[in-house]
Design a protein around this ligand. Structure first.
Ligand SMILES: Cc1ncc(COP(=O)(O)O)c(C=O)c1O
Length: 386
């Protein structure tokens, strides 16, 4: 199993903190945004005498509620197309296990969410990367590049839209191109859409659920973690109109018995979060993105791709090895007793040697903190030599 590049430096951060150092955590997608009150209140109001297992597929009322949410994308979705999971993480594991056997392959545009590597490895699946680059903002590689990689063992294509760690938002045309290729080669298209709402600059998100003709191919991964800033709830879901996939995913779900009860209560209540909450949160993230990008662009020799969605960006730094630099930041650098933690980007690639001078930065902190964090990063780069 690979280590998580997002969490592997935690012992160094803990040690720095014990020394009394303040750390700005830019490494992890843990938003400081408040969870909707309606969700927290639902837990307080729940009158439970026996904290029992729930249905393996999740509460029926919650699945139906989720179906109503997805009906805005595709009116044909119903509760039987939804299976509640313990976070988007488990949804990814179930989806991979449901489409592929050990030894099979899944094509993923890289850089990609690092834990795809871990989930694929634990399912015996080979990740076949198709490279997207910072030079063209991590746009979808040409379809011909995907076709070159398809073998008899290829079971699907996995995308993250909008992307973690790139923030890239796929256009409708790009999604349609992917739809055509999965149809032509009879593959699955898994779309991790956990950041669906977080779209900036007037960009609109295209869900694979909205594309006609790939109902049997498409599988959506979703989560309440980021949408409602409920990372600790550990609630997500799989959505697919393919009955066989849902029946297979249910077997995985039965093996782990059921998703958590209180958290389903909160997640179900969160479905009634008013639009004003999202308008405010999205406005806040956009301001943070603008600030982060403009501050990073002021640092000499730093290259950054502009994210159109989610809340991450990849920055290329004037260092040889971002792993060593990120550890040095925690162990050996401070500006007025403060430092920053970033996620080295090599772990978001599966091609050895790729992303070595890149880091992923999450803009999940408030603007003053983000600005201070970039000031520290700039000061660190001025004195660092490798
Ligand atoms: C792209 C992506 N997918 C899935 C997940 C998993 O989220 P969770 O298991 O908290 O729902 C994350 C978490 O950061 C993510 O960034």
């Amino acid at each position: 199993m690979p280590e998580s590049p997002i969490r592997k430096l935690v012992p160094y951060a803990d040690a720095a903190q014990k020394k009394g150092r303040k750390i700005y955590y830019l490494n992890i997608g843990q938003p400081d945004i408040k969870t909707p009150e309606i969700a927290l209140q639902a837990i307080k109001d729940a009158n439970i005498e026996v904290l029992s297992y729930s249905h393996s597929a999740g509460f029926e009322s919650y699945r139906n509620g989720l179906a109503r949410y997805y009906q805005k994308i595709n009116p044909a979705i119903n509760g039987s197309n939804v299976l509640v999971t313990t976070g988007g993480s488990e949804a990814l594991l179930f989806a991979m296990g449901s489409i592929a056997d050990a030894g099979d392959e899944i094509i993923i545009p890289e850089p990609f969410y690092a834990n795809y590597n871990g989930f694929a490895i634990s399912s015996g699946i080979k990740v076949v990367p198709v490279i997207s680059s910072i030079e063209n903002n991590f746009a979808l590689p040409p379809i011909s590049e995907f076709e070159k990689l398809i073998t008899p063992k290829t079971k699907g294509i996995l995308i993250c839209n909008p992307g973690n760690p790139t923030g890239y938002m796929y256009s409708k045309e790009e999604i349609e191109q992917l739809a055509a290729i999965v149809k032509k080669h009879d593959l699955f298209l898994i779309a991790d859409e956990v950041y669906r709402e977080f779209a900036y600059d007037g960009l609109t998100h295209t869900s694979v659920l909205s594309i006609p003709g790939i109902e049997e191919n498409s599988i959506v991964i979703d989560s309440v973690s980021k949408r409602y800033s409920m990372c600790g709830a550990r609630i997500g879901c799989i959505v697919s109109q393919n009955k066989e996939i849902m029946a297979t995913a249910l077997k995985f779900a039965q093996a782990r018995l059921s998703p958590p009860t209180y958290e389903q209560i909160a997640a179900e209540a969160a479905l009634n979060t008013p639009q004003s909450y999202f308008d405010e949160v999205i406005g806040e993230y956009k301001e943070r993105r603008d600030l982060l990008i403009s501050e990073l662009q002021k640092i000499p020799n730093v290259k950054v791709a502009i994210p159109g969605g989610a809340f991450y960006c990849i920055a290329e730094l004037p260092v040889k090895d971002a792993d060593v630099f990120a550890q040095w930041l925690l162990e050996n650098f401070e500006l007025n007793n403060e430092t920053v933690m970033v996620a080295p980007a090599a772990g978001f690639y599966s091609t050895p040697g790729k992303g070595k001078n890149q880091v992923r930065i999450a803009y999940v902190l408030k603007k003053e903190d983000l600005k201070q964090a970039v000031t520290i990063l700039k000061a660190a780069l001025e004195v660092y030599s490798d």
